[in-house]
Design a binder for this molecule. Structure first.
Ligand code: P6P
Length: 346
């Protein structure tokens, strides 16, 4: 029997009905994010072609200026939500400062932070890329949103999600009541519920996902953790497999579906690592924890970190509970030693 067809709009509406006091504002924000995801999908799917066509002149077949895809995605998300009347402010990975709601539009009681096209440097190689979003309630006084509304710990997110532009386009989101995945059916332009109540397998597949090219810059404890996962320390009898796309949404999505560990540790010259807290680590942490996993910065839960800057970075470790226990074992909070100890000749 075909499972009943549930669109994302239907799913959001039914979730909203469980909260009698709900105004529908958060639902509308999620609808508009789904619309933006469809528009970005269209351009991502054409990227290679547009690029070729774009090279024959300054404009593409639609007469639009050929834009970089991440600038396009950034603009699409802002324009899809700037007039919804439910946001007081936005912030994007692509913009240094806050994105204020244009004066002609009403403001609302939510704040949206997003990475419009994470991993976009992979587009030319036709590797999956993604959009990541995080939604907070407004906490500042007055109608206009402020930095205070953005600099909230991940534990205060009201919703989080990502769009994966892969072999198919998937939108995965949580509003704190489980994680639900939707696959875009391009023939009808609808996101259809394909992965209800997603749970990270426990213990899940023995997969670690990290850029080992940074090994020499990791702390000795981080290096010891990797050697353990690879069975090089003589302790583990069953080494992990390595999988690393280099596109966060793809790597986290695989970890959510199969289990394992995704890591972007701090390094000697970058103790905070590379990933951004507000619109990469925090939303992914909410999703993974809602799916039964854990996410830390190597010392404490990502969701507990109090941000101090819009674009601050954080080390990130997330995955299946059992494997996160390994991270805790190898990286106790007092991990001051960022002096890398080169691996002994193996
Ligand atoms: P590295 C992509 O550039 C990105 O921001 C994330 O999507 C990804 O997880 C990470 O950087 C990859 O970084 O240093 O391994 O290339």
């Amino acid at each position: 029997m075909e499972r009943s067809v549930v669109t994302i709009e239907r799913h959001i509406l039914e979730a909203e009905r469980q909260f009698p006091e709900a105004t529908g504002a958060l639902s509308n924000i999620l609808y508009d994010l789904a619309l933006a995801a469809k528009l970005i999908t269209r351009e991502v799917r054409r990227a290679g072609l547009v690029d070729i066509i774009g090279k024959t002149g300054a404009v593409n077949v639609h007469g639009d200026q050929v834009k970089k895809l991440d600038e396009y995605a950034d603009e699409v998300i802002f324009r899809a939500l700037d007039h919804c009347g439910h946001l007081c402010v936005m912030a994007s990975e692509e913009s240094e400062g806050l994105l204020h709601i244009p004066g002609e539009f009403r403001t609302g009681n939510y704040c949206l932070l997003y990475d419009p096209l994470d991993g976009s440097s992979n587009i030319d190689a036709n590797i999956s890329v993604g959009t990541i979003f995080s939604i907070h309630r407004k906490v500042s006084a007055g109608p206009a949103g402020t930095l205070e509304d953005c600099l909230q710990p991940g534990s205060r997110q009201v919703a989080a999600g990502y769009v994966l532009y892969g072999s198919s386009t998937m939108l995965v989101y949580t509003t704190g009541n489980g994680v639900h995945g939707f696959t875009l059916d391009p023939s009808i332009g609808e996101f259809i519920l394909s992965h209800p109540w997603m749970r990270i397998p426990s213990p899940g597949q023995r997969i670690f996902s990290a850029n080992e090219g940074n090994f020499v810059n990791w702390s000795s404890r981080q290096q010891n953790l990797l050697n353990h996962l690879k069975g090089l320390d003589g302790v583990s009898q069953n080494p992990f497999s390595a999988r690393y796309v280099g596109s966060m949404v793809a790597d986290v999505h695989r970890t959510l579906l199969y289990g394992g560990l995704f890591m972007y540790p701090g390094e000697k010259q970058n103790p905070k690592g590379k990933l951004r807290l507000l619109y990469e680590a925090s939303p992914m942490a909410m999703l993974i924890e809602q799916a039964g996993g854990r996410a830390t910065d190597g010392e404490r839960p990502i969701l507990d970190v109090q941000p101090t800057d819009l674009h601050e970075k954080t080390p990130l470790f997330l995955g299946s509970l059992e494997y996160m226990d390994l991270v805790d074992r190898f990286l106790p909070p007092s991990d001051e030693s960022l002096e890398a100890v080169p691996m002994s000749a193996s």
